[in-house]
Structures are given as C-alpha cells and as structure tokens.
Design a protein around this ligand. Structure first.
Ligand SMILES: Nc1ncnc2c1ncn2[C@@H]1O[C@H](COP(=O)(O)OP(=O)(O)OP(=O)(O)O)[C@@H](O)[C@H]1O
Ligand SMILES: [Mg+2]
Length: 239
C-alpha cells in the first residue's frame, strides 16, 4: 500500500487534477487528530459525486451474467479513455498504482457505448515521492505487475500492466486469474493462455486488439507501450 505522508501535497494534487475521464474529488477531509498524531495510521475522507451506475467490475459481471461480451468498439473506447486519464495523471507526475475495474466508475453504459471515470487516489503517489510504504494487505494482487510483486517498486508501466489486466477481465470474463503469476511461470504459454481465454469468450476480437492487450501485459516493463502509443494504435485501427 502506498500512502501520502504529506496532507498538503495530497490536497494540492487532488485540487489540481481536472480531467474529463477522472473523478472530481470535491473535498478532502482530514480529521484534525490525523494531522496532529500520525497521518499514516489515520483515515482521510474524500468527498466525490455519486455514480449510480456503479463501477466497471459490476458492469463486467452483469454482462457476464447476461452472456453479453463487450464489443471491440466498447473495449477500445474504454482503453482510450483510461489511457487519456492515466496519461494526464502521469503528466502531473502521478502514478495511480491501483488501476483495476472497481476503480473505474461508470458514467454511461448502453449496448454499444461505455464511458467511465478513473477514481481512487488512495494509493496514488507522485513519481518524486519516495516516502512510501508497501504492504500486501491492500495492494490489489490480481492486477499487480510482475515487477511490483518482485521488487515492490514500479513505474507508470505498472499501471499499464494493471490496465492490461482490467482489459483481460473485460474481454475474457475471467475474474480469478492472477496474470502476473501465469506470466512469471512461462511467458510464451501465458500469451497463448490469454489469447485463448479472450477468444473463447468472444471470437470476434481482432488480432490487432488482442495484440495490443498482450503488449500491455509484457513481463518486461520496457516492452510495454506508453499511453501515447496505446492511444495512437487505438485511433489508427478503430477510428
Ligand atoms: N463515487 C462513487 N459513486 C458510486 N459508487 C462508488 C463511488 N465510489 C466508490 N463506489 C463503490 O464503492 C465500492 C468500494 O469502493 P472502494 O474504492 O472503497 O473499494 P475498491 O475499489 O473495491 O477497492 P480499493 O479500496 O482498493 O479501491 C466501489 O467498488 C464502487 O462500487
Ligand atoms: Mg476503489
């Protein structure tokens, strides 16, 4: 788990963040006691709008229950918006570190459209912030990158991996596999497994789309695309 030690830094970052694909936190409430005693042991409250459609993990589960795969158009729509949000955060020196389906709140969901905002900055940290603690009790293991598991450190490429896991969940309706584990065991077999799971659920996803997701799930962070490349590929192929 990564937490801000500096309330002033957290507050100023939250106030500065303004993007159409990122939740707008209206207010930060820090109990006085937390400032006076030990911020790391205390709760910080964020006031935010309520999203009646819930989060993306619920939407994925509902589609699974209705046996209704997401179209490629919706997958790419989501990927583009998520990448724009994460790229904006990165340009503000923020790595999210807890990218997962339940941290995207759904603003629109029709048969062929999906719109979400990225939420939850509880784990976000500035790229420059070296004062952080990591423990596995709250790190969301299922979406963790291999390097985070191995070294407890990661760059924005860790967020790219977690976004890849979110897309895998969306495209395969596999809610249980810890991809970092599968990839650690055998990278080539892992790629085959990922492709198979996705195509078993919905055979119509294009090779370009599946390959893009696979590239985000590369074991070596250097081989994963950055957000600009993801957005560019998504645009080239699907607009
Ligand atoms: N602004 C919101 N509007 C509507 N529902 C929300 C909102 N914020 C959170 N939720 C719902 O509450 C659930 C719990 O949110 P919370 O962020 O505490 O847990 P989480 O996302 O499952 O885990 P984590 O603490 O690791 O982010 C979310 O999954 C979502 O369904
Ligand atoms: Mg959350």
């Amino acid at each position: 788990m990564v937490r801000f030690y500096n309330v002033i830094e957290l507050e100023s970052q939250i106030k500065e963040i303004s993007h159409q694909n990122i939740i707008k936190n209206d207010e930060l409430i820090v109990p006085l006691l937390a400032i006076e005693i030990d911020i790391t042991e205390s709760k910080i409250y964020l006031v935010m709008p309520y999203f009646a459609l819930g989060d993306l993990s619920g939407t994925i589960y509902n589609n699974f229950m209705k046996n209704q795969p997401f179209s490629e158009r919706m997958v790419i729509q989501f990927l583009t918006k998520a990448s724009l949000a994460l790229s904006y955060l990165l340009s503000n020196n923020i790595v999210h570190r807890d990218v997962k389906s339940s941290n995207f709140l759904v603003t629109k969901h029709t048969h062929d459209e999906l719109d979400c905002v990225l939420s939850d900055f509880g784990f976000a940290t500035s790229v420059s912030n070296i004062q952080m603690v990591i423990d596995d009790s709250s790190c969301t293991m299922k979406y963790a990158s291999p390097e985070l598991i191995e070294t407890e450190m990661s760059t924005f490429k860790g967020d790219v991996f977690s976004l890849g896991c979110t897309l895998f969940e969306m495209m395969s309706f596999d809610f249980n596999t810890m991809l970092w584990k599968v990839i650690e065991q055998d990278e080539i077999k892992a790629k085959l497994f990922i492709k198979e799971r996705i195509h078993k659920n919905f055979s119509e996803y294009s090779t370009a789309c599946v390959d893009l997701v696979l590239s985000m799930l590369e074991k070596d962070p250097n081989n994963r695309p950055d957000y600009e490349s993801i957005i560019k590929i998504a645009k080239e192929h699907y607009c």
